[in-house]
Design a binder for this molecule. Structure first.
Ligand code: SAM
Ligand code: SF4
Length: 335
């Protein structure tokens, strides 16, 4: 049998890809307006979604090409049945030394301990608002209290350095910034604000809805005092982190719109139906599912991944007049 070429996944701009986001489902239990349609969501038939076995095989192949971090996302990863079994299987893949998950936290209370026991190392929990009214305006469902219970359960289960991801939207979340800061500081959570990107299913994104990182920083400084930039230890890490003046906690800003970080991007993605993407904003996909289900060899699948990496563009170009919004919305890609 030919040996798998195990050289790293380097693109045409020298970026080494070591980080894979695996979307495990396109389904979700809420309907954030920046991600999903409100009603009548056209989910993919279940048979189209990769099985755990297929996902694990894909991860095993890319791990041999240097990928060492996997993040499970979706849709909402906790609505996929038996997700802990997938975590345990991925934790056993040689070369994968970090498994993380991004979740909306609604089902976390019942899953936290099982995820920890299965080998999940890190959790990002999405929370944009501390008031139920704003939460519902964004999520178009109830759920704030359950997210808060989920965060508490994750801490009880022993997850450390839990991140809170907050999408910031002009005209909607300004009044939430300081309460989120206070909550994160009080509960030892790493707060990250993320700019609203043009990946909503209803095509409503407008650049003037982006509440940018600089504005949020000013709001936080007015309440908590000067924020001091922290050293950036890992350049592929998109957040710019700051320490609060009194030394309690930190806050990060992920500014893909106002300050793109594409030049340091080391991420690859596979959608829930097995399409490999080299960028959130890709308009092209590489069909790994066809190979996984068509009896292809590991080498053929590795070749497809290399081809995808080879075609990665230098940047997303959101601010360019030629920018084309991807057909897929965030829940269909995996954020
Ligand atoms: N359902 C999980 C959750 O919400 O955490 C995981 C999937 S979600 C698509 C992943 C992350 O993408 C979340 O933090 C969410 O807030 C963020 N997100 C979704 N749509 C976005 C958009 N248009 N702009 C910026 N962030 C977005
Ligand atoms: Fe669901 Fe996450 Fe999308 Fe919100 S951002 S609709 S929680 S997948």
């Amino acid at each position: 049998m030919p040996m798998l070429d195990s050289s790293p996944l380097i693109d045409a701009f020298g970026r080494v890809h070591t980080n894979l986001r695996v979307s495990v489902t396109d389904r979700c239990n809420i309907r954030c307006f920046y991600c999903m349609p409100h009603e009548n969501v056209q989910f993919k038939p279940r048979a189209d979604l990769l099985s755990f076995e297929e996902m694990v095989r894909f991860v095993r192949i890319v791990a041999a090409l240097g990928v060492n971090k996997v993040r499970l996302t979706g849709g909402e990863p906790l609505v996929r049945a038996d997700i802990e079994k997938l975590v345990a299987q991925l934790a056993a893949v040689r070369g994968i030394d970090d498994i993380a998950m991004t979740t909306n936290g609604i089902l976390l209370e019942e899953h936290a301990q099982k995820l920890k026991d299965a080998g999940l190392r890190r959790l990002n929990i999405s929370l944009d608002a501390m008031s139920e009214a704003t939460f519902q305006r964004i999520a178009r469902r109830e759920g704030l209290q359950r997210v808060l219970y989920g965060i508490a359960a994750a801490q009880r289960a022993g997850f450390e350095k839990i991140r809170l991801n907050a999408v910031a939207i002009k005209g909607i979340t300004e009044a939430e910034i300081v309460p989120l800061g206070r909550f994160a500081r009080e509960h030892d959570l790493e707060l990250r604000f993320i700019e609203f990107m043009p990946l909503d299913a209803e095509n409503q994104w407008q650049s003037d809805q982006v509440l940018n990182g600089e504005t949020i920083r000013t709001l936080l400084e007015a309440e908590f005092g000067l924020l001091t930039p922290k050293d950036r230890l890992d350049p592929s890490q998109p957040a710019m982190d700051y320490a609060f003046a009194d030394g309690v906690g930190s806050v990060g800003f992920i500014n893909p719109v106002s300050q793109p970080f594409c030049s340091d991007c080391n991420r690859l993605r596979i959608t829930a139906e097995g399409q490999v993407r080299n960028c959130l904003f890709s308009t092209v996909e590489w069909d790994a599912r066809a190979l996984l289900r068509g009896g292809a060899s590991d080498e053929a699948i590795a070749h497809l991944v290399r081809d995808c990496v080879k075609h990665k563009k230098p940047g997303h170009g959101i601010d360019s007049p030629e920018f084309i919004k991807p057909e897929r919305a965030m829940y269909q890609i995996g954020g």
